[in-house]
Design a protein around this ligand. Structure first.
Ligand code: ATP
Length: 295
């Protein structure tokens, strides 16, 4: 029986601005998205039993329709009238959960690609993106990957020049933060300092890592940093360790630091690992625009 193996890659936000709260409750954002080489593995195959079966190495994650991979598979199978088929999705999680790295959305994107292939549905990338946004605002970006500007609620995407080569230290403290909590506590009309998203785009166009790092900013830190001081402690440790800049990704609590010097990044990795401040830590690199692949 054919088994499809896919990698679902995490993202960081090099910049995250919130423009306003819409009447429907969603926030209008402007974000610089960057895929990093931290990935979950999905193995997808047909099984005799009818329906969708999800298995995962993290026993606290849901395996029913509350898991985004289930929702992705279900959406495509229902639409194709293939609910009588049986599918097993094995999900090996490595991306920090509830951490601002879009792990669930990345898994959903990989599941859309995998089920599309396995069942021979022949949906194009654009068609998968249209379906993906019904699962989550970040899913279209997770299908596209690379460096991008995300606007609207995160689903309006423009490809940007690639992030210059660098080393990215990604550290998740021992807390989980719900995206809902952060947006509910954000006073979108009272943001006094907006990050320089246009400056970041200009830095990407010039391939200037230092300028890119200098203009990093995330308005959601105004909610999470006062609520969870460990975020600031990790940022400071990264800056002291030689990072060009350090910031929280998405709604947090994951912090990342940009290093131009791999040795400094590695030293900081070991220092933070032994500090008791972090639960998961990776030294990684940007991943550039390629279509989601198997393997
Ligand atoms: P974002 O960066 O988009 O805000 P996140 O990193 O905050 O995402 P996720 O890890 O994607 O959050 O998931 C948050 C919650 O969604 C988890 O607490 C979990 O219960 C649920 N969930 C559903 N499917 C998945 C999945 N495949 N992987 C991780 N969490 C999932």
């Amino acid at each position: 029986m054919k088994i499809l193996e896919l990698r679902a890659m995490a993202k960081i936000n090099l910049g995250l601005d919130v423009l306003r709260k819409r009447e429907d409750g969603y926030h209008e954002v402007r974000m610089i998205m960057q895929t990093v080489r931290i990935f979950d593995r999905l193995r997808i195959q047909r099984i005799r039993e009818t329906g969708i079966k999800v298995r995962t190495n993290l026993n606290y994650l849901p395996v029913d329709e509350n898991n985004l991979v289930y929702r992705a598979a279900s959406l495509l199978m229902k639409e194709a009238g293939m609910e009588e088929e049986g599918i097993l999705i094995e999900l090996e999680k490595h991306i920090p959960v509830a951490a601002g790295m879009a792990g669930g959305s990345a898994d959903a994107a990989a599941a859309l690609i995998g089920v599309n292939r396995l069942l021979g549905l022949r949906l194009s990338m654009g068609e998968l993106m249209q379906r993906g946004v019904r699962i989550g605002a970040d899913v279209p970006y997770c299908l596209m990957r690379g460096t991008a500007l995300a606007e609207g609620i995160g689903e309006k995407l423009s490809v940007l020049p690639p992030c210059p080569p660098c080393h990215i230290l990604v550290a998740k403290p021992r807390i989980s933060v719900s995206t809902k909590f952060v947006y509910n506590n954000l006073k979108a009309d009272e943001i006094s300092q907006h990050p320089d998203i246009d400056g970041q785009i200009a830095a990407l166009e010039q391939g200037d890592l230092r300028e890119l790092a200098k203009s990093m900013g995330n308005v959601l830190e105004t909610v999470t940093v006062p609520a969870y001081p460990v975020i600031d402690k990790i940022k400071k440790a990264m800056l002291q360790g030689g990072a060009l800049n350090a910031m929280m990704s998405g709604s947090g609590p994951t912090v990342f630091g940009i290093f131009d010097d791999e040795r400094a990044g590695r030293q900081c990795f070991y220092r933070l690992k032994g500090s008791g401040l972090v639960q998961q830590i990776y030294l990684t690199q940007p991943f550039q625009n390629k279509a989601l692949q198997e393997g």
